[in-house]
Design a protein around this ligand. Structure first.
Ligand SMILES: O=C1O[C@H](COP(=O)(O)O)[C@@H](O)[C@H](O)[C@H]1O
Length: 238
């Protein structure tokens, strides 16, 4: 049975270092069991902070980075290298400094990629790659939007009803309007789902979710564990 755990720490900086430390240990443990580790990254402000902390942790030296698969939960469908792409931000925060195997860094396609600006084709390409890799994730991290969105799954948006592994979404309320996102079904394949939120703007959605309200963030659940990793401000309305 899946367990839900809520961890609250004093502030956003401590949250970033706590999540980074957990992530490093989780990757080390996954590699001990499977030989590899499969991690799904999120975009957003807290994610960049976490990744910068990973780089500075001495224990990260115990990871064989060449045997880590990195995926993304969602992407802003923009040209490669655009500063607003979640991939670009993760690369700048840490990825470009780690000895990763480029073939294991599975960024979502860009709008100037092999499918051009056809977001549906780009999402189908990513879904095929995920499917070929077996859809196994040790950890899947998600930021939480002020409106309770996770990945690019916005409340009340038709994308929530789309079926598949990864799908394109249009008319997102948060720019840019065109995005690619994992579906809730795919998110639900992860062994552990970590919802990471910091700051007073996240207090309302987090409070709603922890009281059992219906938001996309409430529907993201891990197979074995769902972890809410919060700072005190984000946890203040629960
Ligand atoms: O646009 C996005 O926003 C959410 C939340 O970002 P935050 O800066 O408010 O933490 C993020 O989780 C998602 O990956 C991203 O595409």
């Amino acid at each position: 049975m899946s367990e839900t755990v809520v961890v609250v720490v004093p502030d956003a900086d401590i949250l970033a270092s706590t999540v980074a430390a957990r992530l490093v240990i989780r990757i080390i443990d996954a590699q001990a069991v499977h030989g590899t580790a499969s991690v799904v990254l999120t975009g957003g402000r807290v994610a960049a902070k976490v990744l910068r902390q990973v780089r500075d942790l001495p224990a990260a030296a115990a990871i064989d980075w060449s045997r880590v698969d990195l995926w993304w939960g969602d992407e802003r469908f923009l040209p490669s290298g655009d500063p607003d792409r979640n991939e670009t931000q993760a690369r700048e925060a840490v990825l470009d400094t780690l000895p990763l195997d480029p073939a294991r860094v599975h960024a979502m396609p860009a709008s100037d990629g092999p499918d051009g600006d056809d977001a549906d084709a780009a999402a189908a390409r990513y879904a095929a790659a995920l499917s070929a890799a077996g859809l196994r994730f040790d950890v899947l991290m998600l930021g939480v939007g002020e409106d309770g969105h996770v990945a690019s799954l916005f409340p009340g948006h038709p994308v929530l009803e789309k079926e598949g592994i990864a799908v394109a979404t249009y008319d997102s309320p948060k720019p840019p309007p065109t995005r690619i996102t994992l579906t809730l079904a795919t998110i639900g394949n992860a062994d552990e789902v970590w919802l990471v939120a910091a700051g007073p703007d996240k207090a309302e959605p987090i409070g709603t979710v922890l009281r059992g309200g219906d938001l996309p963030a409430a529907r993201a659940r891990g197979v074995r564990k769902t972890l809410f990793l919060l700072d005190e401000a984000a946890a203040s309305k629960r």
